[in-house]
Design a protein around this ligand. Structure first.
Ligand code: UDP
Length: 465
């Protein structure tokens, strides 16, 4: 008989799958039974799911088992919610009838309809927030009494925005892109979704929000909004690359892209801290001109590089290594891969710098591995993460301060940042020292008795029925 039976519902995106799988594994290691559910389409794309006793996977159909290809995201969100709610309702009922009822439901960002279903059955819930606590605070303020203040401030790019309890001043360019209205097609659908999520959270008293962060990293942001019970339980990273408690836990086990071979062997052949690792995550597609500038900078800086450029998934995708004018030179001097085990790469001794889009998982993985960054944010919350990396945690430099009239960061500026981070000068040394400090604090947090470890155990006691 299990003390806890969790149902974990995931938004079908790589940035949700990785931390959620890691949470599922942690819960199992603490004696729980966990059922993980996402869409049939995503479930099929993951070929390396973790196999553990007491961890099971049960996908559901969102009506688009071959993938959703239209740009009508609102349509997808409403069908996803309707079909997902039916699935969760039926699963709760059938598990109860079979004598092993769920004791708690956990859902990732934006899926607050899961909490609506859980309330009907009087089941406890928690949201797994897959971005930093700071972003949750900013969104909260935007939808609660500070919206007009923020909208007013962003009219002037030289203004600074100050929000209660947050230890940083934000320029408009540091805000999540959704709040700037720079992409009306996406913003018109995503902003109402976030608004609805906060509306749903408002219905609850002190909703539990598990955050993939750790106490020392965001102490003030975790307490800024006292309506929430934010519980830092991160970094959610495979144990082998963090506390080493479970040496078999060497992968998230949730990759939705084809993994390339030979990365470790290639890294083994390079000197200590000599390699620049470049990845823009699972969703970003850089304009071709930006790719060319980046390629030139990598070639000119002289360091070996490992660059993740995903194969084209469809004809309209602009990114693709085939289009790069200097592809032969790139393949001679560096290694270009479709997808790699990023945590394995970042923990390899030969990596000296991470050129990153500052997705939250990538940021956490870099902090936990002690790798300094060239922050190259694109959209969503990445600009805020870049601000935190550069000005608060001081483990990287931001490359997007100087862009040309087309919004492109040019070769010289990228190279300057690479040299700053990789170089033996004062700045490079300071970044490496800070990166090492955060690496140590991340490990402290997850070890037995560390803050994240204690928080997760306390959460289990709290949701015990
Ligand atoms: N990742 C990976 N291999 C790659 C590139 C990325 O395993 O070649 C993983 C990375 O470790 C992280 C996730 O993909 O866990 C990307 O999440 P993130 O939040 O950084 O960015 P997103 O893809 O959501 O933009």
């Amino acid at each position: 008989m299990f003390r806890h039976r969790f149902l974990l519902i995931l938004y079908p995106a790589q940035g949700h799958i990785h931390p959620a799988f890691q949470l599922a594994k942690r819960l199992v290691s603490l004696g729980a039974h966990v059922t993980v559910s996402t869409t049939v389409h995503m479930h099929r794309r993951i070929t390396n799911k973790p196999t553990l006793p007491h961890l099971s996977f049960l996908p559901f159909s969102d009506g688009y088992d071959d993938g959703f290809t239209s740009s009508d995201f609102s349509l997808h969100a409403s069908v996803f919610k309707r079909r997902g709610s039916e699935f969760v309702t039926n699963l709760i009922l059938s598990n109860a009838q079979e004598g092993h009822p769920f004791t708690c439901l956990v859902y990732t960002t934006l899926l607050s309809w899961v909490a609506e279903v859980a309330r009907e059955f009087h089941l406890p819930t928690a949201m797994l927030w897959t971005q930093p606590a700071t972003i949750l605070d900013i969104f909260y303020y935007y939808f609660h009494e500070h919206g007009e203040y923020i909208k007013d401030k962003i009219k002037d790019p030289s203004c600074f925005i100050e929000l209660p309890g947050l230890p940083l001043l934000l320029a408009p360019r540091d805000l999540p892109s959704f709040l700037l209205g720079s992409n009306p097609t996406i913003d018109s659908f995503i902003v109402p979704m976030f608004e609805k999520m906060f509306y749903d959270l408002d219905v609850e008293t002190k909703p539990r929000i598990l955050v993939n962060t750790f106490e020392a990293l965001e102490a003030e942001a975790l307490r800024a909004v006292d309506k929430f019970n934010m519980i830092p339980i991160g970094p959610l990273i495979p144990s082998a690359f963090l506390d080493g408690k479970d040496t078999n836990d060497t992968s998230f086990g949730g990759d939705i892209f084809r993994l390339s071979n030979g990365c470790s062997e290639w890294l083994d052949s390079k000197p200590e801290m000599s390699v620049v690792y470049v990845s823009f995550g699972s969703l970003c597609v850089l304009p071709k001109t930006q790719m060319e500038e980046l390629a030139r900078a990598l070639l000119d800086c002289g360091s070996p590089f490992l660059w993740v450029i995903k194969e084209k998934e469809n004809k309209s995708q602009v990114e693709g290594k085939e289009e790069l004018s200097c592809i032969e030179e790139l393949e001679q001097k560096g290694k270009i891969v479709n997808w790699c085990s990023q945590v394995e790469v970042l923990s390899h001794g030969s990596v000296g710098c991470f050129v990153t889009h500052c997705g939250w998982n990538s940021t956490m993985e870099s902090l936990a591995s002690g790798v300094p960054m060239v922050a190259f944010p694109q959209w969503v919350e990445q600009k805020t993460n870049a601000k935190l990396i550069e000005d608060v945690w001081k483990t990287g430099v931001r490359v997007d301060k100087q862009v040309n009239e087309d919004g492109i960061v040019e070769n010289e500026e990228i190279r300057r940042c690479l040299e700053e981070v990789m170089g033996s000068g004062e700045k490079g040394q300071e970044l490496r020292n800070n990166a090492e400090k955060w690496r140590g604090l991340a490990r402290e947090a997850v070890k037995e008795g560390g803050s994240s470890d204690k928080n997760l155990r306390a959460f289990l006691d709290d949701v015990e029925v």
